[in-house]
Design a protein around this ligand. Structure first.
Ligand SMILES: Nc1ncnc2c1ncn2[C@@H]1O[C@H](COP(=O)(O)OP(=O)(O)OP(=O)(O)O)[C@@H](O)[C@H]1O
Ligand SMILES: [Mg+2]
Length: 327
C-alpha cells in the first residue's frame, strides 16, 4: 500500500532505519502532509536523542505535546525520560524475598521462577519508556487520528518492537511468582498477626492490567489496518544489509511494512562534478538492487527521495521533502 494511503487511513505510522539516514526528516514531513490533509496528527519521538524540535525548527518542551504553529492539526511530542520514570516506580519494586526477610531462599527450588526471572534480561529503560507512551496512546482516549513515531536507530527500535513479547514473558513470570509468594507470604503473615492486620496489595492487579494492555498494544502494532512501519535507508551496500535484517525482524514481530524510502539520492543533472557523478553511479547500482530485492521480490513500494542542496529544517523544506515522498 502506498504511503499516501497509509497516511490517510492508518492510526499509527512508524519511521525507522539506520542512524542518520533521514528518519526524522521523513517522519516530520509526512506528519505535516497528513495534518494538511485534514488528519489530526501527533508526531512522537521515541528516540532518547530527540531531534524533532530541530527538524521542525521550534523549541519543544520535553514531555509536553506542543501544537505546531503554522501547521493546523499538527502536534509534536518528545518523550521526557525523567518525568516518565516516576510512573514506573512501585511497579517494579517487587522483591518477595526481601519482603519476607528470608535472604538466601532464592537458591531453593521453590523459587525456581525467581531464578529464571533473573536470567531473563529486563528490557532497556529507554525502550520501556517509549513503549509506555505507545501504551498510553493505545489505552486512553485521545483526540488524534494519526500518530507518527519517529523512532531511534535500528537496534533501539528493534528492542522496542520486541518489547510486547519480552514484557509479557517477563510479566507472566512475575505474575506466577507473585501468586506463589503471595500465598506463602499471606499465610506467614496471618500466622503472626492472626489475620488482624490487613494491608492492601494491588500489585497483582496492576501486573495483570499491564499484561492486558501490552497484549492490546501488540494487537494494534501487528494489525495492518492500524499500523505500518516505513523503513528509511540510503542507497549503500551496508544499508541494504541492515535493511534486510530490519525487515526480517519486522516479519518476525509481525509488524506490517510496505514502504521503503531510499533517501539522499544524487539527482540526475548535468551539473554533477566527477566526485558526485561517481557517487551517483554507485547509488544507482544499489538502488537497482533495492528495487529487485525489496520491490520485486517482496512487493514493497520503493520511494526515491533526492539529496537536497539544503538541510531539511523548518516547514518549507519539510514540505518540499513531502512532495518527493508522497505523490
Ligand atoms: N534528502 C536529504 N537531502 C538533504 N539533507 C538531508 C536529506 N535527508 C536528510 N538530510 C539531512 O541529514 C541529516 C540527518 O537527517 P535526520 O535527522 O532526518 O536523520 P535520522 O535518521 O533521523 O538521524 P538519527 O538516526 O540521528 O535520528 C539532517 O541534517 C537532515 O537535514
Ligand atoms: Mg532522528
Amino acid at each position: 500500500m502506498e504511503l499516501r494511503e497509509i497516511l490517510l487511513n492508518r492510526k499509527m505510522v512508524m519511521f525507522g532505519g539506520k542512524g542518520g539516514v533521514g528518519k526524522t526528516s521523513c517522519a516530520t514531513s509526512s506528519a505535516i502532509w497528513a495534518a494538511e490533509h485534514g488528519r489530526k496528527t501527533l508526531i512522537i519521538s521515541t528516540d532518547p536523542a530527540h531531534s524533532l524540535g530541530d527538524s521542525l525548527d521550534i523549541e519543544l518542551p520535553p514531555g509536553d505535546p506542543t501544537p505546531i504553529e503554522g501547521v493546523e492539526n499538527l502536534t509534536a511530542l518528545e518523550i521526557n525520560p525523567k518525568a516518565n520514570m516516576s510512573e514506573f516506580e512501585g511497579m517494579t519494586n517487587i522483591n518477595p524475598i526481601e519482603e519476607m526477610g528470608l535472604p538466601g531462599m532464592g537458591d531453593m527450588g521453590m523459587f525456581g521462577d525467581l531464578q529464571e526471572l533473573s536470567t531473563m534480561n529486563p528490557p532497556g529503560i529507554d525502550e520501556a519508556l517509549a513503549f509506555a507512551k505507545v501504551l498510553e496512546f493505545i489505552e486512553t482516549d485521545h483526540e488524534y487520528e494519526l500518530i507518527i513515531f519517529d523512532t531511534a536507530p535500528t537496534g533501539h527500535t528493534l528492542r522496542f518492537l520486541g518489547l510486547p513479547e519480552t514484557l509479557s514473558g517477563w510479566i507472566g513470570k512475575l505474575l506466577k511468582l507473585r501468586l506463589k509468594v503471595g500465598k506463602i507470604f499471606g499465610s506467614i503473615k496471618t500466622f503472626f498477626t492472626r489475620g488482624e492486620e490487613k494491608e492492601d496489595d494491588n500489585s497483582l492487579e496492576l501486573l495483570e492490567k499491564l499484561n492486558e494492555s501490552i497484549k492490546r498494544a501488540r494487537e494494534d502494532l501487528t494489525n495492518p489496518n492500524v499500523n505500518s512501519f516505513v523503513i528509511v535507508m540510503i542507497p549503500e551496500e551496508m544499508a541494504i544489509a541492515e535493511t534486510g535484517r530490519l525487515n526480517n525482524q519486522l516479519v518476525k514481530y509481525q509488524i506490517p511494512s510496505s514502504n521503503i524510502i531510499v533517501n539522499q539520492l544524487f539527482p540526475d543533472t548535468q551539473e554533477l562534478c566527477d566526485f558526485c557523478q561517481s557517487r551517483r553511479s554507485m547509488q544507482q547500482k544499489h538502488l537497482e538492487r533495492v528495487k529487485k530485492i525489496f520491490g520485486e521480490n517482496m512487493n514493497k513500494n520503493i520511494i526515491e527521495v533526492p539529496l537536497f542542496k539544503e538541510e531539511i529544517r523548518g516547514n518549507s523544506m519539510l514540505k518540499k521533502m513531502a512532495e518527493q515522498l508522497i505523490n
